[in-house]
Design a protein around this ligand. Structure first.
Ligand SMILES: C[S@@+](CC[C@H](N)C(=O)[O-])C[C@H]1O[C@@H](n2cnc3c(N)ncnc32)[C@H](O)[C@@H]1O
Length: 312
């Protein structure tokens, strides 16, 4: 990812005047800045613009405290005196490396196994039987699924468990699940496939017994590891949805849940059209509970609760 062209730091005079304005605004709100690192409005604007351009993520003004909280530790690690210095670092030769940390720190990674369970019911009862009905002449039955914005992996592993539980002759299929996220730390966690016991509470008990193994980590904590047959089905890769996608084969279904909500309207509409181009005709797209394609694209028609089908 390349840093944006904005000049930073601003000229000393502009910076000083920005600081004075911010200080006046803070004191007029009774918010004298007693925090460890000075964090001005201009710093927030710079970081928010950067995140919008690089990742499509829109940070509203009320996210300013969240940005401070998530980046303060990074400033401490880097030994920087304030956010002016941090923004200057991003615009320096070392900026490209730092941007990865910034994006990882500011993404929202909330996820859960079998979150929005009706999508997995639809996958099992509608999508997989449709794929099976498309008999590949003389070739193994092909299945391609994509978890786009997979966070730490529970969505992709839930898809894999659903496939394993519902496709009894999977050994004869050419089945693969791709799982991608912009956050490289999340991708690394997902690849490890180990979770605290609590994280698997939302996995149906029969699936937990079949697809998770108890293990004790080096600190003596009990953890659950995802079974090899599940992990083998999934490939985790870093991918920014705003950048070019390297995949060319078509997917039978795409899960992109609770990701588009952070994008602006143009970003959501552009990605929806790109999803359509990478789905088989009448392939499925699953969105998060508060997301909709209404007014964004004519490439999909809604067929259920946050379930869409490519319209052609
Ligand atoms: C709230 S989580 C959703 C996880 C999962 N899909 C679910 O619903 O449980 C949103 C994920 O989208 C990822 N994300 C945000 N912007 C992205 C982008 N531009 N490209 C790829 N992933 C992105 C974040 O890193 C985060 O892991």
């Amino acid at each position: 990812m390349t840093p944006p062209p904005d000049p930073y730091p601003r000229s000393a005079a502009a910076a000083a005047s920005g600081r004075a304005t911010a200080a006046r605004a803070a004191s007029s709100r009774g918010l004298a800045d007693s925090r460890e690192f000075r964090f001005e409005a201009a710093n927030f604007t710079f970081i928010a613009d950067l995140l919008r351009r690089l990742a499509g993520i829109h940070l509203a003004a009320h996210k300013r405290e969240m940005v401070y909280a998530r980046l303060a530790r990074r400033l401490r690690t880097l030994g920087l005196p304030d956010f002016d210095a941090y923004c200057a670092l991003i615009n320096s030769d070392r900026g490209a490396d730092e941007i990865g940390f910034l994006v990882n720190a500011l993404t929202t990674n909330l996820t859960a196994f079998f979150r929005e369970a009706h999508h997995f019911d639809h996958l099992a009862n509608v999508a997989l039987p449709e794929v099976r009905a498309r008999v590949g002449a003389g070739r193994p039955q092909r299945l391609r699924l994509w978890s786009a914005g997979c966070s730490s992996g529970p969505e992709a592993y839930s898809i894999a468990m659903t496939v394993l539980a519902n496709v009894t002759d999977l050994g004869r299929w050419d089945a693969r699940i791709l799982a991608t996220d912009i956050d490289t730390a999340m991708v690394a966690t997902a690849r490890r496939g180990e979770y605290g016991i609590d994280a698997l509470q939302t996995v149906p008990p029969a699936f937990r017994d079949r697809f998770a193994r108890l293990l004790r980590d080096p600190t003596g904590q009990d953890r659950l590891s995802i079974a090899p047959e599940v992990r083998r089905l999934v490939t985790f890769k870093p991918l920014n949805l705003l950048e070019p996608w390297p995949m060319s084969g078509l997917f039978d279904a795409i899960f992109c849940r609770n990701v588009l909500i952070y994008f602006d309207r143009a970003g959501r509409s552009g990605i929806a059209d790109r999803f359509a181009a990478l789905l088989v005709p009448r392939g499925f797209l699953y969105l998060g509970h508060s997301e909709s394609l209404f007014g964004l694209t004519d490439r999909f028609r809604q067929i259920g609760q946050t379930i869409y089908r490519r319209s052609d």
